[in-house]
Design a protein around this ligand. Structure first.
Ligand code: AMP
Length: 285
C-alpha cells in the first residue's frame, strides 16, 4: 500500500552539493535528465521514476554542447521557478540545476563519440547533437550514480544512443524508455511547442496524423517502406506550413532505412514550422 512521505525538495547547483545531497539518500536512485521548461511529458518520466525509486533526482540543464551553431540554444525556453514548482508537486527529492561551468569545468576536453545508431536521422540532420547529448549524459550518470535513468520515447533515437553508451561504457545506470505524452489533438508535448504561432500550433498535429496514416497502411498489410514514407509525405503535404526535413521507415534496432518492413521498425519524421523544428515517431508493431 502506498504511504505518504513528507518530502522536502532539495535544490543543488554544484557537484559538491549534489554529492552531499546524495550521500544520505536512500537507494534505488532514479534520474530524469531534462533541459527544463517542464511539461506533462517530463512529469510522466518523474512519475515513473517516483514509482520505481526511493530517491528521485531531476536535472535541469540546457546543454550548450547538443545545440548546433545555428540552432536555438539562446532562445531555448527557461523558467526555473516554474520548473521547481512542478518538481515539488511531482514528489522529486533533488533537483540538480547547475551552471555550464559546473558541468564543464575549465579544461573540460572530452567528447563521447557515437556509433552507428547515432548517425542517421537526427544524427545526420544535427551534426554533433548526439555527441553533446552523450557527453552530458555520461557526466550526469557519473555525478548522480543513479540506478536507473528515464528518457522519453518521443526522442527515440536519443534513447537508443544513450542506452548503447551506458552499456558500452559499463555505466551503472539502466536506461528506461517511457511513452510519448501528447496533447488531445495528438501533438507530442515539447518545450519547443511554445515557439509555434497560433497558426503553426493548429497545423502541428499533422506530424502525428502522418505517422498514424502510415501505421494504418502498415496495419492493413503494406510492407513497402517506400510506400509508407510516401504515405507520410502525402499527409504532410496537406499542410502548407509544414516544411518536411525527413520521413523515415527504419529498422527498429539499427535505425537503418528499410526497403521492406518485416520486423520491428520505427516510423519517424522531422518537420519545420517557421523556425521551429519538431520531431515525432511511432514504433511498429
Ligand atoms: P528535454 O527537456 O526536451 O531534453 O526532454 C527531457 C526528457 O523528457 C527526454 O528524455 C525527452 O525524451 C522526454 N520528453 C520530452 N517530451 C516528451 C513527451 N512528450 N513525452 C514523454 N517524454 C518526453
Amino acid at each position: 500500500m502506498a504511504t505518504s512521505v513528507d518530502r522536502k525538495l532539495k535544490i543543488v547547483r554544484t557537484r559538491e552539493e549534489l554529492r552531499d545531497a546524495l550521500g544520505s539518500a536512500p537507494r534505488p536512485v532514479g534520474l530524469v535528465p531534462t533541459m527544463g521548461w517542464l511539461h506533462p511529458g517530463h512529469v510522466s518520466l518523474v512519475e515513473r521514476a517516483r514509482a520505481d525509486s526511493a530517491t528521485v533526482v531531476v536535472s535541469i540543464f540546457v546543454n550548450p554542447r547538443q545545440f548546433g551553431q545555428r540552432e536555438d540554444f539562446a532562445k531555448y525556453p527557461r523558467n526555473e521557478a516554474r520548473d521547481l514548482e512542478a518538481c515539488e508537486a511531482a514528489g522529486v527529492d533533488i533537483v540538480f540545476s547547475p551552471t555550464v561551468d559546473e558541468v564543464y569545468p575549465p579544461g573540460f576536453d572530452t567528447t563521447v563519440s557515437i556509433g552507428a545508431v547515432g548517425q542517421p536521422l537526427e544524427g545526420a540532420a544535427r551534426p554533433g547533437h548526439f555527441e553533446g547529448v552523450a557527453t552530458v549524459v555520461a557526466v550526469l550518470f557519473a555525478l548522480v550514480g543513479a540506478d536507473r535513468a528515464y528518457f522519453g520515447q518521443k526522442d527515440a533515437q536519443q534513447v537508443m544512443v544513450v542506452r548503447r553508451m551506458a552499456i558500452d561504457l559499463a555505466l551503472p545506470t539502466d536506461v528506461i524508455a517511457c511513452p510519448t505524452v501528447r496533447e488531445a489533438d495528438g501533438l507530442a508535448l515539447s518545450s519547443r511547442n511554445v515557439h509555434l504561432s497560433a497558426a503553426e500550433r493548429e497545423a502541428a498535429p499533422i506530424l502525428h496524423r502522418a505517422l498514424l496514416a502510415a501505421r494504418s497502411r502498415w496495419a492493413a498489410g503494406e510492407r513497402s517502406a517506400k510506400t509508407l514514407r510516401q504515405v507520410m509525405s502525402d499527409e504532410l503535404a496537406l499542410e502548407p506550413l509544414a516544411k518536411v526535413e525527413y520521413t523515415s521507415v527504419a529498422d527498429g534496432q539499427t535505425l537503418r532505412e528499410l526497403a521492406r518492413v518485416d520486423g520491428a521498425a520505427l516510423l519517424s519524421l522531422a518537420v519545420r514550422f517557421g523556425s521551429t523544428r519538431l520531431i515525432d515517431n511511432e514504433p511498429l508493431p
